[in-house]
Ligand binder design. Structure first.
Ligand SMILES: [Zn+2]
Ligand SMILES: [Zn+2]
Length: 365
């Protein structure tokens, strides 16, 4: 019954095949029983080099491998080279739906399942290049948020805190409550949030936000001077930079429009917001600072008159960043899937405060 599919070459990943250009592969029809469906299948075995003592064998049949989009030898996902469970878990988190590769319990059902023409669990995603890219893009946005919110925690700790209880999360939630009544609309109005980043911008001032508290000001000015290929720009007064870490944003002003134009022309990466506005991206280590032209210019007071206003501004920008990254809409749709129509950001915060939701929710904010 497996004859037709056995005409195709075996589904073996590059990692298993190794680097040698010519490898001898032995084919034994009905040579083994599939570890998944128990049916006999065409066994292939090979060595990655003549001198290798390690004989690599296909462990599962091609049908089972195709259904799960995995390698017949290492049984890892063919695209991402990770175990099936991890792949499915990752996709479940990102897509906020339960994706599992359900395996049949008894031999009868295993055989029956193996004959079906289906893609199981996360294989539906990773067997399709654009679906897989889509997940990676979403994951990047989530990680970008998670890293910029968890500032200088090492990755491992970030995971733990995200799973248990994110201190930063609580701080933000506390701060949201604490500063709920503080009105900073006069500050927000003066920020160029409705302006769009353009490589042809002719201005000398720029608004910078999504600045992680762990990035020192000198790192930002170093990155800019490197970009402009200007040495010791600060001595020459070619630009001034104000970073307000409490507000997690800042302003950048060049001495001339020409320098400003050069700066935007060197920014290679941009982000398009759902409102169709563009943000330039200045990468610093694993962080990404967003850039918008600020034609009206700024002063130190543009980021708040006191610490409370600074913090409130950072919270407002945080919300904006979530919207701009599309993270918010992703929370919203998840909520919908479970409870029908729900809505406001308030609802989302409530859920988070109660710790009642899945891990994916905790990655946000
Ligand atoms: Zn099988
Ligand atoms: Zn493999």
């Amino acid at each position: 019954m497996n004859d037709e599919i056995n005409e195709l070459p075996p589904k073996i990943c590059e990692q298993c095949l190794g680097n040698e250009t010519n490898i001898r592969m032995t084919k034994i029809p009905q040579g083994s029983e599939c570890k998944i469906c128990t049916l006999p299948f065409t066994l292939y075995h090979f060595k990655t080099s003549k001198r290798s003592s390690n004989l690599i064998k296909t462990l599962i049949c091609q049908r089972c491998a195709t259904q799960r989009n995995i390698c017949q030898c290492c049984m890892l996902d063919s695209r991402w080279h990770i175990p099936i469970q991890l792949r499915d878990h990752l996709i479940s988190i990102v897509n906020e739906e339960n994706v599992i590769t359900e395996e049949a319990k008894n031999d009868m059902m295993k055989r029956f399942l193996s004959l079906k023409d289906v893609k199981l669990g996360g294989a539906q995603i990773t067997s399709d290049a654009s679906e897989a890219d889509n997940i990676i893009d979403k994951l990047k946005s989530i990680l970008l948020r998670a890293t910029s919110d968890n500032s200088n925690l090492p990755l491992q700790r970030q995971k733990v805190t995200a799973v248990n209880q994110n201190e930063h999360d609580t701080n933000d939630v506390k701060n949201i409550e604490k500063y709920a009544s503080l009105d900073i609309s006069y500050l927000l109005k003066k920020l160029p949030l409705n302006e769009s980043f353009s490589r042809n911008a002719s201005t000398r001032s720029y608004f910078l936000y999504n600045i992680d508290t762990s990035i020192p000001e000198w790192k930002i000015s170093d990155a800019i001077s490197q970009l402009l290929d200007v040495k010791k720009w600060s001595d020459g007064n070619s630009l001034s930079l104000i970073v307000n870490h409490k507000a997690r944003c800042g302003g950048l002003r060049f001495q001339s429009n020409e320098l400003g134009e050069k700066f935007v022309s060197k920014i290679s990466d941009t982000l398009s917001t759902p409102k169709d506005l563009k943000r330039g991206i200045l990468p610093i280590e694993r962080f990404k600072i967003f850039i918008i032209p600020w034609t009206s210019g700024f002063s130190a007071a543009s980021f708040g008159a006191n610490v409370a206003e600074n913090i409130k501004l950072s919270l407002s920008l945080n919300k904006l960043i979530q919207l701009e990254l599309g993270v918010h809409s992703f929370v919203k749709s998840a909520d919908n899937s479970k409870k029908g129509k729900t809505k406001t950001p308030k609802k989302v915060h409530k859920l988070k405060a109660k710790k009642s939701k899945s891990r994916a929710n905790k990655l946000i904010l």
